[in-house]
Design a protein around this ligand. Structure first.
Ligand code: MG
Length: 334
């Protein structure tokens, strides 16, 4: 085993905290997990690939690491579950500085500790180029209680937590800066990657916040008919609910909570509609939900319809067809 890989495993063992859900963690052939009585397991897996999901010259390693685990935790949140343990497989090429990898791990493990989710295992390997991470999160939910995408009914209200578009707007700023050949490497590196992480004003230095408490609270109340996390963008993720539930949807442009950015302005509607990586929860309910759940803002943005695809109602009350991922800009890269 190369020295770098050995050190990586040592660091992971040293930094990863144990938790009551893990009977046997790193150091054996398998982890042994304790599953709460009467629960079913939830399993989710997500890639974080350099130059696809993050760029080393744009993102701070801590933010990239945090986002890697956020993707998994947010999926558990969307099912109304609790997270039991995480597993990380990491492939790193020799051109990636050890310090970068260490800081990536630090960002990931800080979030794991914040949510008391033990890192209970994984794998490391040498990659030919760049860095690839795969995060697996195991969660649980009481038997038969997982909140699915397929339960939305005509007439249900559509809700979203937090604010949308912050991450995409910050990314667009970086792209703009690059296309203008701004001297990202010379002078802007630190401030620009900083700006990415402050896409949403509420979590100034931390990046996105997986909504585990909100998801669990909503599941316990038993009022949610369908739920998904907003990872690919509101329009794309709402379409997933519509397809799985065989319904249509109508949302009001004016109701969509557009993220506040550092300048004090709101992001444009297109960012809030189509931008990804916000990790808020999108859910439907026949009931009126109060404006805050687990201290997180919840906004009603529309209604589920019998059919007719997705429609967006503008400020003048005019309806237009809403297409998933309607912004080519976000396709294919990052
Ligand atoms: Mg998801």
């Amino acid at each position: 085993m190369p020295v770098g890989e050995k050190r990586l495993i040592q660091n992971i063992r040293r930094w990863a905290r144990r938790g009551p859900t893990v009977a046997t963690g790193i150091g054996d052939d398998c982890a042994v997990l304790r599953v709460p009585r009467g629960h079913e397991l939830l399993v989710t897996t997500d890639f974080s690939i350099e130059n696809v999901h993050f760029r080393r010259d744009w993102h701070s390693p801590e933010v990239a690491g945090r986002r890697c685990l956020t993707r998994g935790l947010s999926d558990i949140a969307a099912m109304g579950g609790e997270a039991l343990a995480a597993f990380l497989s990491l492939a790193v090429a020799s051109d990636v500085p050890q310090k970068w990898v260490d800081r990536f791990l630090k960002g990931l493990l800080d979030l794991a500790n914040e949510f008391k989710v033990p890192l209970a295992g994984g794998d490391t390997a040498q990659s030919l180029r760049g860095m690839q991470a795969d995060i697996v999160v195991i969660g649980s939910v009481p038997k038969g209680k997982a909140v699915l995408r397929s339960g939305a009914k005509p007439g249900d209200f559509i809700y979203v937590t937090g604010e949308l578009g912050g991450a995409a707007a910050a990314l667009a700023e970086l792209e703009l800066a690059e296309s203008k050949r701004a001297s990202v490497r010379l002078s802007g590196h630190v401030s620009l990657s900083g700006r990415f992480s402050v896409g949403s004003s509420r979590h100034a230095s931390k990046g996105p916040q997986p909504r585990l408490a909100v998801g669990q609270r909503l599941r316990l109340r038993g009022v949610v008919s369908a739920m998904i996390d907003v990872s690919d963008g509101l329009s794309t993720d709402l379409e997933h609910i519509c397809q799985e539930s065989h319904v249509g949807a109508e949302i009001e442009a004016e109701a969509i909570p557009q993220a506040l950015v550092r300048s004090g302005k709101r992001v444009g509607l297109e960012f809030a509609l189509h931008g990804g990586d916000d990790y808020e929860l999108l859910f439907t309910s026949a009931a009126k939900i109060r404006a805050r759940v687990a201290e997180v803002r919840v906004t009603c943005i529309g209604r589920i319809m019998h059919s007719g695809g997705m429609r967006l109602i503008d400020a003048e009350g005019k309806a237009r067809r809403l297409k998933a991922g309607g912004w080519e800009h976000f396709r294919g890269n990052l």
